[in-house]
Design a protein around this ligand. Structure first.
Ligand code: AOF
Ligand code: ZN
Length: 373
């Protein structure tokens, strides 16, 4: 059904889509190429929510040459009036002859209606080219649309023997500067950074994206990578975070997830989010994730201690682990990586599937999925 030329064009559209990976949240990354055979007449990608969609930029570039052309789009063209008018209608109006999309848009407002609009206008439509690559582009968006929960990445940093701090609590720094720059890139792509009041009280962290720390590659290729700050979400069931903590007054939104809101005066960018609690008094993490998804957060990047890491794993809320390990040995009286107390059988041990291993400076970075099979 698809020629090698089709593959090359969709590959180009996927490359274009990645240009928006730091900026489009909560919208998906989408790329579009308009071509007559081998000749590309227009290209575009979605840059930021509220800005035109990928197809609009590509159609603008193509002008009259869009007539009779093939449009390659990494996501089904939209059919709805959102922040912008429907792309499917724009493609019809421009007179394209054929549309190839990598996948159907899981947004219930679209979900096949874009394809129908095109087909009803007599345009040939094909779906499914390089679908796996398109799915990988928007793991968070797709998961939120399909399940009402965000995609959750748990970051862990440890010595080679899996320790995160000495027995006296000292931990700066275990991993290298390049590993910490890599963390900044993950933060910059996420919709939210999740941490706990324990971390805030212990370290008074910023939990923001810092341009200077993003590393040269990102700085050169994505000059707008720090235009958007992820939302900081702090689990604070005991109301221990105060307006004096550093992250409260940094640019960007902060959500304090609490059992009960307090009556203090907080800066405008700080919102208290009341979340249901469990019998233990701890916040219901599933309810928290669903609330975050309802606030359009596709992708949560977790940077916290062993307690939250264990809690999220036990609740089945972790989709991917990003583990940095430094070439250091800290010994078994140092602190461990994850609280998974009470395991008595190997059958209860969460099984992982490692999907990537690479060096980041002198450290290694392991990416793993929870193995559900
Ligand atoms: C497309 N092309 O480039 C993107 C699409 O609020 P809006 O108007 O920006 O609409 C956002 C929705 O549109 C988003 O949830 C997704 O369903 C679709 N995104 N569609 O045709 C694009 N970014
Ligand atoms: Zn659109």
């Amino acid at each position: 059904m698809f020629s090698s030329l089709d593959h090359a064009m969709m590959q180009r559209a996927i490359t274009l889509a990645k240009n928006g990976q730091f900026t489009t949240a909560p919208n998906p990354n989408v790329g579009c190429v308009i071509a007559h055979g081998e000749e590309i007449v227009g290209e575009g990608y979605h840059y930021q929510a509220g800005q035109p969609h990928a197809e609009v930029f590509a159609l603008r570039a193509a002008g009259e040459r869009a007539r009779g052309a093939t449009a390659y789009v990494t996501l089904e063209p939209c059919s709805h009036y959102g922040r912008t008018p429907p792309c499917a209608e724009a493609l019809v109006k421009a007179g394209v002859g054929r549309v190839v999309c990598a996948m159907v848009d899981p947004n219930p407002k679209v979900a096949g209606r874009g394809v129908t609009i095109l087909q009803q206008a007599g345009i040939e439509v094909q779906v499914g080219l390089l679908e796996a690559d398109a799915l990988a582009l928007n793991k968070g968006f797709i998961q939120r649309m399909k399940t009402g929960r965000p995609f959750v990445q748990l970051k862990l940093a440890a010595s080679l023997d899996g320790r995160t701090a000495l027995a006296n609590g000292k931990s700066q720094w275990i991993t290298s500067a390049p590993a910490r720059a890599d963390v900044q890139c993950f933060r910059a792509k996420a919709g939210a950074i999740l941490s706990t009041s324990a971390t805030v009280l212990a370290d008074d962290p910023s939990l923001n994206v810092r341009w200077a720390d993003l590393g040269e590659t990102v700085q050169q290729h994505y000059p707008e990578a720090n235009l958007r700050q992820p939302v900081r979400v702090i689990i604070d069931s005991q109301n221990r975070v105060t307006p004096a903590h550093r992250l409260v007054s940094l640019p960007g939104k902060t959500l304090l997830a609490r059992a009960n809101a307090d009556t203090q005066t907080w800066p405008e960018d700080v919102q208290q989010l009341e979340v249901a609690t469990e019998a233990t008094g701890q916040l219901d993490l599933v309810a928290l994730m669903e609330t975050l998804a309802a606030q359009d957060i596709n992708h949560v990047w977790v940077e916290a201690g062993a307690g939250l890491a264990g809690g999220l794993l036990k609740a089945g809320l972790v989709d991917e682990l990003i583990v940095y390990q430094a070439p250091k040995l800290m010994g078994s009286d140092s602190r461990g990586l994850i609280d998974l107390n009470g395991l008595t059988e190997m059958a209860e041990v969460p099984a992982l599937a490692i999907t990537d291993v690479r060096m980041v400076g002198p450290d290694i970075r392991i990416t793993a999925r929870i193995n559900t099979t």
